[in-house]
Design a protein around this ligand. Structure first.
Ligand code: KG4
Ligand code: ZN
Length: 338
């Protein structure tokens, strides 16, 4: 059987990405971050679509060149159909459709969240990545999403818990903004938090039931706590402890929910994806839980947990194996569900 060489395209938020996957192995995975949003403290949708338009051709071109293939070698093109910012999704999906039509090869629409989950099945030649076995729980924590998904097979995924307001990364970024840190503030809270005392401050209790999440309470408690401080240099003097304590509270919410889910569904394999999976506190806590709860935890490398097109390519690769092809009428959908 000839090799399946797939081009993946991801443009759901503020990263333009293209990847080439050959029979499940990454040949290239190019991600172009958009710096234009930094000055606004968050992603500006209109600017994101414009930047995608500028980036999409050079990014795809580089992915094909770096993979050492010609575009004629491609067997299929996969693109992110949703969820995400509609204008951003439209750039990637329109490009993918035109390219597939021009090359006369199949087109496959991929759900972004399924891509995050399937990222755990990507193979890298230089780096052996261990994949989970079905069934497992996937915690997807990023700037746009916070979900716990019960994954029974490639085709059987159920969201069993999700955020009722902000996503975990959004909670990190908004809190960082309150501290006067630039966007995206999540990595900075992590950086400063490493030198602070995580038990110095307590920012309220999480009260949402079942497996759902809410970050609005903790954000309000954090804002009110800072407003109460009379010393105008309080943040500067306590930055490390504030970051460590806030990070601890945000991570604790995630940990408690995944622990409940593992118990409720009697599952001992936990995988994590999304930008917040890079957080050092969540990684430490998950490893500790793995020991105390007897879990096997899968923490893939950071370049595969943040938004990237290799995860879209691999999800498409599994769809092709089930003959699950898409069509030119698969339109971008900002609120696509798993
Ligand atoms: O998955 P991702 O790259 O894009 C989205 O789909 O949103 O995730 C980006 C999010 C941002 O909110 C960023 O602040 C957060 O991931 N993030 C972190 C860390 N690295 C990235 N949050 C906490 N600690 C980190 N080390
Ligand atoms: Zn994502």
């Amino acid at each position: 059987m000839s090799k399946k060489i797939i081009l993946g395209i991801e443009s759901s938020c503020d990263d333009t990405s293209a990847a080439v996957i050959s029979d499940g192995y990454i040949l290239s995975n190019i991600v172009s971050n958009q710096k234009v949003h930094q000055q606004f403290g968050g992603v500006v949708p209109e600017l994101a679509s414009r930047a995608h338009q500028q980036n999409i051709i050079p990014v795809v071109d580089t992915a094909i060149k770096n993979a050492g293939i010609n575009k004629e070698d491609l067997s299929a093109i996969c693109f992110t159909q949703g969820p995400g910012l509609l204008g951003s999704l439209l750039v990637g999906s329109s490009f993918a459709k035109s390219f597939a039509l021009g090359m006369n090869i199949p087109l496959i629409a991929v759900n972004h969240m399924q891509g995050h989950i399937m990222a755990h099945f990507i193979k890298e030649k230089r780096n052996e990545i261990k994949s989970p076995k079905f069934p497992f729980l996937c915690l997807t924590v990023s700037g746009g999403h916070t979900q716990i998904v019960l994954v029974k097979s490639v085709e059987d995924m159920t969201v069993i818990g999700e955020t009722l307001d902000d996503a975990a990364g959004e909670a990190f970024d908004k809190s960082a903004k309150i501290l006067g840190l630039p966007y995206p503030g999540g990595p900075l809270i992590d950086k400063f938090g490493k030198h602070g005392n995580k038990h110095k401050f307590i920012f309220g209790k999480h009260k949402v039931g079942e497996l759902n999440f809410s970050y609005s309470g903790i954000k309000t408690a954090f804002t009110n706590f800072l407003k109460k401080q009379k010393d105008s240099t309080f943040i500067t003097k306590n930055l490390n402890d504030l970051c460590a304590s806030l990070q601890y509270s945000l991570v604790q919410i995630i940990l408690n929910k995944i622990q409940k889910a593992a118990k409720d569904y009697n599952i001992k394999q936990v995988v994590i994806g999304g930008g917040v999976a890079a957080n050092s506190e969540i990684r430490i806590q998950l490893k500790n839980k793995a020991k105390s709860e007897g879990w096997e935890v899968f923490l893939p490398p950071q370049h595969l947990t943040t938004d990237n097109a290799a995860m879209i390519g691999i999800a498409g690769y599994f769809k092709i194996q089930k003959n699950n092809y898409g069509s030119i009428s698969d339109s971008a959908m900002s609120r696509l569900k798993i």
